[in-house]
Design a protein around this ligand. Sequence first.
Ligand SMILES: [Zn+2]
Ligand SMILES: [Zn+2]
Length: 112
Amino acid sequence: MTLTSSYTCTRCRREFDFDNIKYDSNNKLICVECLDKQQKIEKKEKLHLEKAGEGEPVNFICVSCRFKFSIKKGSQKDAKCPYCSKTKLMLVKKYKDEDDLIKDASDPRFDY
Ligand SMILES: [Zn+2]
Ligand SMILES: [Zn+2]
């Protein structure tokens, strides 16, 4: 005789014994099957995100001469203005006008 307590998976609503149920990152009971599926999806999404960011041009504006240019994502660490060779650059964000950009100039994150 075995005493088995069963746990209900919050995903598939099926019942599992202790060995086949885990807690996911949100502290929810999830069966190993669903957890496996979930992890695969997360991996896929991560891969997709990394791929999407690859070689994607990022727009910058030079703080010194206001020259606008774009560089490929990932190479922005050693980016410098092609016009005056200064390395103080600002990211050009979408849907923002230049007044906002000037405010962003004091943000140390853009002080490459
Ligand atoms: Zn499940
Ligand atoms: Zn410049």
